[in-house]
Design a binder for this molecule. Structure first.
Ligand SMILES: [Zn+2]
Ligand SMILES: [Zn+2]
Length: 476
């Protein structure tokens, strides 16, 4: 029978069909620290002895919990010992390594990767001047076929096609039950997934990145994977794992864009242009795209934007004034009391971020590489009563943003920050796949370059130098 008050034996837990809340209760999975995506290293990690378990957020450093979860790992699995290639960030290097897979944990899924998307989240790993103590597989999600499942996995079976999403969505934690699967609490600590030739342990899904991506084989807790049943090519599906899903989430999840409203989108990378498409699908009247990079503005126009603005040509108040001109109030001159609608877009979406890597020749640089100015302009542009949705706040530079005194005093604007833009992966990703099937979301145009598995590092560089809208590794 199940013991709810002391340590839960995993085999017993599986048999008694209790939810993973029992594990959470005993602390084995009490690892969720929303937003604190920093490596937390145990003492074991410092010395590189024995199993190293890393935890999210504030529960970092519990060697007992690490050991407990590690001890639950199956002694064998059909994929244990499998060799595969992955892009690994370790110490002062970022190199493709041949790894050996460890036996799975009962709650894990092993995926043979079909395609992996690229996003700016990985770009920091190009900076190898900072020593990284733990070896991690880079990338940020992807799509593939389930190769192996742990004995407790229920969501998928061998042979299923799955999207490995940016955030888990367990469906039973307090956040998921509250409709906030985007900040799902249920995460295993990051277990060692594989080893390098010299036995250096390598982590995959876990901090600081979330899911890994650039690897022929991916390992993740089942809460991170979403089964999909579709003929959409894997290269296109893969972008839903992060950038495409985030852009659609900005327009469809938590505070969906209402038909007939006006939208301004700062930043037209793969997230921003996915948001342009989402705004079009939602029926927005005016969709204003703002980005210094010409080819991105042109692509956004093809995919649904109604107006384009270059922030290098329209600086400061001129940019805000132009946005207001494009979204004027509706009162005819000389008339009063007509249900006045204030000027300015109802929704302002920020997907600009910072510029932290040298741009390719010919790619226009923003005036402010920190991305902070775009955030401030987003707040200035939104109309009274409108919504500002951000991707950066709470992640790096967003925490440093300050706003002019009094900027918030005028009216009732709502700021909506969000992890994965509010996407609840199990609920929303299958819906987004249908949008691709229907031709409503053009995923193919979002894939700027398709690269081979031996070009994984180059894929990150493409994102960093912004030489293409995005890049995808095709493993098939
Ligand atoms: Zn959850
Ligand atoms: Zn990402």
């Amino acid at each position: 029978m199940c013991d709810h008050d002391s340590n839960v034996d995993l085999a017993e837990y599986i048999h008694c069909s209790l939810s993973r809340r029992d594990l959470l209760k005993t602390g084995a999975a009490a690892v969720a620290g929303a937003g604190a995506a920093l490596f937390a290293q145990t003492a074991a990690a410092q010395t590189r002895q024995g199993p190293i378990a890393l935890f999210w957020g504030q529960n970092a450093g519990s060697a007992e919990l690490a050991a407990q979860v590690e001890a639950e790992r199956q002694t064998t699995s059909r994929t244990a010992g499998m060799k595969f290639r992955a892009l690994v960030r370790y110490e002062n290097s970022l190199t493709t390594e041949t790894l050996t897979l460890k036996p799975v944990h009962p709650l894990q899924v092993v995926i043979r990767t079909q395609a992996s998307q690229t996003c700016y989240s990985s770009v920091g790993q190009l900076n190898t001047t900072t020593r990284q103590a733990n070896a991690v597989v880079t990338g940020h999600g992807g799509v593939g076929i389930v190769e192996d499942v742990g004995t407790a996995v229920k969501r998928v079976t061998v042979g299923d096609q799955v999207i490995l999403a940016t955030t888990p969505n367990c469906g039973v934690c307090g956040q998921c039950l509250n409709g906030r699967g985007d900040i799902c609490m249920m995460r295993l600590p990051a277990l060692v997934s594989a080893t390098m030739a010299d036995n250096t342990p390598v982590f995959m899904t876990g901090p600081p990145m979330g899911p890994a991506g650039y690897s022929e084989i991916l390992v993740a807790d089942e809460d991170w994977v979403v089964p999909v049943f579709t003929r959409v090519p894997p290269v296109e599906l893969s972008i839903l794992a992060c950038v495409g899903g985030t852009g659609l989430g900005l327009t469809m999840c938590r505070f969906p864009i209402e038909a007939g409203t006006d939208v301004a989108i700062f930043g037209l990378g793969p997230i921003g242009i996915s948001a342009v498409q989402g705004a079009r699908i939602q029926g927005a009247k005016t969709i204003i795209g703002i980005d210094p990079i010409r080819y991105r503005r042109e692509l956004a126009l093809e995919l649904g934007a109604t107006h384009m603005l270059d922030p290098n040509a329209l600086t400061g108040d001129a940019l805000i004034n132009r946005i207001r001109e494009l979204t004027p109030d509706a009162v005819p001159t000389g008339r009063r009391y007509l249900g006045e609608r204030p000027a300015g877009p109802m929704y302002v979406l920020e997907a600009a971020g910072g510029t932290r890597y040298a741009l390719a020749p010919g790619v226009e640089a923003p005036a402010d590489s920190s991305g902070i100015e775009a955030l401030q302009q987003a707040y200035a542009a939104v109309r009274n009563g409108g919504y500002v949705r951000t991707c950066s706040i709470g992640h790096g530079q967003g925490a440093m943003v300050s706003f002019p005194a009094g900027q918030w005093s005028n009216g009732a604007r709502t700021h909506v920050p969000g992890n994965y833009a509010g996407v609840q992966a199990m609920r929303d990703l299958p819906k987004f796949v249908r949008l691709i099937e229907r031709g409503q979301f053009d995923a193919r145009s979002m894939v700027g370059r398709v690269l081979r598995p031996d070009q994984m590092r180059e894929a990150v560089e493409v994102a960093g130098e912004r030489s293409a809208i995005t890049s995808v590794i095709d493993f098939t």
